[in-house]
Every structure is written in C-alpha cells, then in structure tokens.
Design a protein around this ligand. Structure first.
Ligand SMILES: [Zn+2]
Length: 106
C-alpha cells in the first residue's frame, strides 16, 4: 500500500550494506601495509573516494531514517518547513524528501 515506505526501507538496507563495505575497506587499509610503494598514490586516491562516498551514504541514510520517522508519525507527506503537501512527483523521484520543492530550493 505504501510504496514510498517500501522504497525507503529498501534504500535504507542498501545504504547500510554500502556503508558496511566502506567501513570494511577502511579497516583493511588501517591494517599492516603489505603493498609496494608504487601502489600507494593510487590507493590513497581510492581512500579519498571511498571516504567521500561513505560521507554521502551516511547523509543519505540519515535522511532516509528521518523520512521514515516522519511517515511513522503520519506526517511523511507534509513539508517539514511550510507544512504543505510535498509534490507526488517529487516523492516518487526522491523518496527521502521531507521538504517541498519550493522550500528545498529556498
Ligand atoms: Zn515547503
């Protein structure tokens, strides 16, 4: 019935799996260095990419959790800022949106 909630639950699981993988990557990298020196510049760049992906996924996950909490409270479709209903098209495109288009843009 509530497709958006299903989509959010799925997104949440997906993000949690992704975050676990990024953390694993970091823990592996924190272990003893057994790589050739030549590999290191590439590895460092890779770490930076992973770190920024991790931060992004964390942000998104907290948004998803926040949107799910609002749905549970029965306010999932109301803009957090102005209280007007969030556009259906926007919710379809961005299931974790908690602001209407106008407030998001502001
Ligand atoms: Zn609004």
């Amino acid at each position: 019935m509530n497709d958006r909630r299903v989509a959010l639950e799925r997104l949440k699981e997906e993000l949690e799996v992704r975050l676990a993988r990024y953390r694993q990557h970091r823990e592996r990298r924190a272990g003893p260095l057994d790589k050739d020196m030549e590999d290191q510049p590439l590895e460092t760049r890779d770490d930076e990419v992973v770190a920024s992906l991790e931060a992004e996924a964390e942000d998104e996950l907290s948004q998803v959790r926040h949107a799910l909490a609002r749905i549970r409270e029965g306010r999932g479709e109301a803009c957090e800022c102005c209280g007007e209903p969030i556009e259906a098209g926007r919710l379809a495109a961005v299931p974790h949106a908690t602001l209407c288009r106008a407030c998001q843009g502001a």
